[in-house]
Design a binder for this molecule. Structure first.
Ligand code: NAG
Ligand code: NAG
Ligand code: NAG
Ligand code: NAG
Ligand code: NAG
Ligand code: NAG
Ligand code: NAG
Ligand code: NAG
Ligand code: NAG
Ligand code: NAG
Ligand code: NAG
Ligand code: NAG
Length: 375
């Protein structure tokens, strides 16, 4: 398809959705009937939904799992954990243009997300996590322009992540973790200025670091762990994402050094970079990140010294540097990390004595390099 044809199709879809939302005058009665029709397609009728019945259709706003707005039409449907076995195929989306919150998390719902979901023009909150949804994430999801929270965690979504998703400029929470998603052409994505929480954890992402993430400057939580991402960790992670509190890139294939610019992530609380191929010395500047509570760098190729600056980290609780090529002595300054409860240094090439200062670490429950060459 040529790009002008695509633009036409795009405009036509806008027109269609606008017409649909204008024409439909959903009433409590037709909404109630639509919910009952959908419920009747479930292969098991949860007793908790007994109030969803035609004899009770005048009490829609009193049905379990339903919240109405002041006009008496449905604004929220929350069926989280209601043991629903069914699909969304028979859900009449055009009836629910008034819906602002839709929570179907933790059920047994399977099948695709119908592209008609784009008619939920007021939807701000969508949680489909922990079901058996499959197929692609429809690009029509981009019609949900009021969306602020989108959780598709733990399903079987596959194919590439549609770039249209990044047009959802109000989204602050986006979790696509634990699916079968593949890397798209990231250059087609826009920055998401509101985004604070992003998880693409445990998918099939490969090639380089997703470039659009580098311009999501409001991020405080970023989890790309358990993928097959490779290349170096871009310098812009450190220079652009200064609000990050949680960074998890565990189990990818990132290589190269950990930049000294890590010191710019001054709000960092958890740094989890284990099981990559990172090399060269651990930057001394890590000791400037005074909010750090957890440092996991195990199973990489870090060499050289354990930075003595880590002794400045008064909040540090977990320091895991196992399975690297560190070849210094254990700095006595680590004894100043009085909040440390877990210290793991095994399988390195450390030498020297265990510093006496470590006896200050009364909160310890696990320590002592067990397998490292220790003299
Ligand atoms: C809603 O249900 C409660 C009992 O569960 C009842 O007391 C109340 O009158 C009902 N409200 C409406 C508007 O039907
Ligand atoms: C739905 O209900 C569950 C409790 O059953 C609650 O934890 C969740 O926050 C609710 N979802 C919404 C969107 O309010
Ligand atoms: C949950 O649904 C299944 C059918 O999908 C049914 O066999 C089971 O009894 C239900 N569990 C509860 C607690 O209702
Ligand atoms: C969905 O609702 C609309 C508006 O009430 C109605 O015209 C349409 O026939 C319904 N679709 C289905 C599949 O029931
Ligand atoms: C995605 O999954 C569906 C069924 O779940 C399958 O038919 C389709 O081929 C898969 N697509 C890709 C790109 O893997
Ligand atoms: C993504 O952008 C490239 C140019 O950067 C373009 O060739 C490609 O068609 C776009 N893909 C989609 C799905 O729009
Ligand atoms: C960034 O996040 C803060 C909360 O940490 C929020 O108040 C602010 O509105 C967000 N900025 C944008 C552009 O969304
Ligand atoms: C982050 O990394 C750890 C391993 O270091 C992994 O076990 C964990 O599941 C990851 N994600 C989250 C959300 O904790
Ligand atoms: C750190 O970031 C600055 C830009 O802010 C850049 O000029 C410098 O090369 C970076 N340092 C390293 C070691 O890459
Ligand atoms: C170390 O990382 C490799 C891949 O990066 C992984 O296969 C292996 O299981 C990891 N080992 C441990 C002990 O975490
Ligand atoms: C540690 O290893 C580096 C090379 O990786 C080497 O230059 C240095 O001399 C070694 N230091 C010690 C104390 O063995
Ligand atoms: C030490 O850790 C505990 C939790 O284990 C926490 O409540 C306390 O605030 C921490 N102290 C410092 C100085 O961070």
């Amino acid at each position: 398809m040529t790009s002008s044809k695509k633009t036409c199709l795009f405009l036509f879809q806008i027109l269609l959705f606008s017409l649909l939302s204008l024409k439909i005058t959903a009433s409590p009665r037709t909404q109630g009937e639509a919910l009952i029709r959908w419920k009747n397609t479930f292969s098991f009728q949860p007793s908790s939904l007994a109030s969803w019945s035609l004899t009770n259709v005048n009490n829609l706003c009193n049905w379990t799992s339903i919240v109405c707005d002041s006009a008496g039409t449905v604004s929220e449907i929350n069926l989280s954990g209601e043991n629903i076995t069914g699909t969304l195929t028979e859900f009449n989306f055009t009836e629910f243009a008034t819906l602002t919150r839709f929570d179907l998390s933790s059920n047994n719902i399977d099948g695709d997300i119908p592209s008609a979901i784009g008619s939920l023009a007021k939807l701000a909150y969508l949680d489909l996590s922990s079901n058996f949804f499959e197929g692609i994430i429809p690009s029509g999801i981009a019609w949900l322009t009021e969306l602020e929270y989108l959780n598709l965690f733990n399903n079987y979504f596959n194919g590439t992540i549609p770039h249209q998703l990044s047009n959802l400029q109000k989204v602050w929470y986006l979790d696509l973790g634990a699916n079968l998603l593949e890397s798209p052409d990231w250059s087609n994505f826009s920055a998401m200025p509101s985004l604070q929480h992003l998880s693409l954890y445990y998918n099939e992402l490969h090639l380089e670091f997703p470039s659009f993430v580098l311009n999501c400057r409001n991020l405080t939580y970023l989890d790309l762990s358990l993928n097959k991402l490779s290349g170096q960790i871009p310098e812009l992670v450190f220079t652009n994402l200064g609000k990050l509190q949680y960074l998890n890139l565990t189990e990818n294939q990132f290589h190269g050094p950990l930049s000294t610019n890590i010191s710019k992530l001054s709000n960092l609380v958890q740094l989890r970079l284990a099981s990559n191929q990172l090399s060269r010395p651990i930057p001394e500047d890590l000791g400037f990140l005074s909010d750090l509570q957890m440092i996991e760098l195990f199973n990489n190729s870090f060499s050289g010294k354990i930075p003595s600056s880590l002794g400045q980290l008064k909040k540090l609780q977990i320091l895991d540097l196992r399975l690297n090529a560190l070849n210094s002595t254990i700095p006595s300054e680590l004894g100043l990390c009085t909040n440390l409860t877990y210290l793991a240094l095994a399988i390195n090439q450390l030498s020297g004595e265990l510093p006496l200062s470590l006896s200050n670490l009364i909160k310890f429950f696990k320590t002592i390099p067990s397998k490292g060459r220790f003299h």
